[in-house]
Write a protein that binds this ligand. Structure first.
Ligand SMILES: Cc1ncc(COP(=O)(O)O)c(C=O)c1O
Length: 424
């Protein structure tokens, strides 16, 4: 039996939904027994001549002083030597502990988070493992614009959409109707707080979403994209990941949940390029088999995870209380900008501006009246007002990222937008 056959047999027996959803590429992968594999097996040896990295002969790096100086207090081994293939064990363990703590839990039935090069990389790994022309990728309208591209460009998967909002809230009936139309394998993307809407459900709404998703009778991978986890500006909204509730509700024979998160927005470490993939099962053999497939993809693309940003993250993860307090302070600033945007929108008297509900994350979506073209408005804002916003033609709306402006400037953006829209 080949290694691929061996790990596929484990996944088929232990995680049937995962196995049923694998793409042909996903099915064909197993981590090759090459240099990283052999070096890992030899990592405790006294005389280690395995890996192509320069050390002092005793396992420590020999960084150029110019780089060592720039790296400050970072752990030199983490900053300068190759990272373990799936990420540094302590970073992975503390990331999981953080995720559980944010959800008010002490344990969860899941794998250890797998470290990647950011959330986009996590999503692209999932896309390669699970999408092919037989897969339907289910995303809302509007959605983060990268999803469709990322899940279909290389695989030729089909896309099915549902309208995110019905009036003032989430359109669960429409999601249900879209799922009802799918009988083959599917990948569903759930993203709360959402980009581009900046909306999050209440815990009761989240429970209803989970119930409907868990009832889907065909093989499905549910991606829980937690990029903006915890950035809530309104009382009574779900302030942690839906993944935990979902993991408990799904039948592993049909459904696999994958939590996608990372340092990017959650630690405001945008340049870090550290993301994670956590799967909704707890089974050491199946986890090793799944990891082998992810390791293989990573080995064949970006090689392995980045060390310096994992070393920086470790400092934050080791001091969870401080990190949480510092993040809360920054979220407070963001909430002020969110409030400034709400106030400014309440003040403008233009029926051509029709804001969608927004209560979380970094954004708000302002729908424009029929006949006012969002992209024309966007371009006029640049050329006539020196104001930058994003146009979403699929819902004829403008997305304002209030995260990157001051509270005063948020109000100015709304004023300019109202004036341009009124003269359109
Ligand atoms: C919903 C969502 N998911 C994923 C990402 C990608 O994150 P990263 O920058 O870590 O690749 C973004 C970035 O804007 C996002 O808005």
């Amino acid at each position: 039996m080949s290694e691929v056959e061996r790990i596929n047999a484990i996944l088929a027996a232990r995680t049937p939904a995962l196995f049923a959803c694998l793409s042909p590429l996903g099915k064909s992968l197993a981590f090759p027994k090459g240099i990283p594999f052999q070096a890992n097996e030899a990592k405790a040896t006294k005389l280690n001549g395995t890996i192509g990295q320069v050390t002092d002969g005793a396992g420590s790096p020999l960084p150029l002083p110019v780089l060592k100086g720039a790296s400050g207090t970072l752990d030199a081994k983490m900053a300068f030597l190759y990272s373990p293939q799936s990420g540094h064990p302590e970073v992975r363990k503390l990331w999981l502990a953080r995720q559980l703590a944010l959800a008010g839990r002490t344990a969860g039935a899941c794998t250890l988070p797998y470290a990647t090069h950011g959330l986009t990389h996590s999503l692209s790994i999932v896309s390669e493992l699970f999408t092919d022309p037989e897969t339907t990728v289910v995303i809302p309208t509007p959605t983060w614009e990268n999803y469709e591209f990322l899940f279909t460009a290389r695989s030729g998967a089909k896309v099915a959409t549902w309208p995110f909002f019905k009036g003032e809230t989430f359109d669960l009936d429409a999601l249900g109707a879209t799922l009802d139309g799918i009988t083959g394998k599917a990948v569903l993307v759930l993203n709360f707080p959402s980009n581009p809407t900046g909306w999050s459900p209440t815990p009761a709404e989240a429970a209803a979403i989970v119930k409907r998703v868990a009832a889907h009778p065909h093989p499905m991978v549910v991606i829980v994209d937690d990029a903006y986890q915890g950035v809530i500006h309104e009382e009574g909204r779900l302030d942690h990941s839906l993944f935990w509730m979902l993991s408990e509700a799904i039948d592993p024979a049909r459904t696999l949940a994958l939590k996608i998160d990372g340092a990017t927005k959650e630690l405001l470490f945008f340049s870090s390029r550290v993301g994670f993939i956590t799967a909704s099962f707890q089974d050491a053999e199946a986890e090793a088999a799944f990891t082998s497939k992810v390791d293989a993809l990573v080995r064949a693309t970006v090689g392995g995870p980045a060390g310096p940003s994992q070393a920086m993250m470790l400092a934050a993860l080791r001091d969870h209380a401080r990190t949480t307090a510092e993040f809360a302070a920054l979220r407070g600033q963001l909430s002020q900008r969110w409030q400034a945007l709400k106030d400014a929108l309440a003040q403008v008297k233009s029926d051509k501006l029709q804001p969608f509900p927004f209560n979380s994350a970094y954004f708000a979506l302002i729908g424009l009246a029929p006949g006012v073209d969002a992209d024309v408005v966007r371009k006029r804002l640049i050329t006539e007002r020196s104001v930058g916003v994003i146009a979403l033609p699929e819902v004829n709306a403008i997305r304002i990222a209030y995260c990157s402006t001051t509270a005063e400037d948020v109000a100015a953006i709304v004023r300019h937008l109202a004036e341009v829209v009124e003269s359109a």
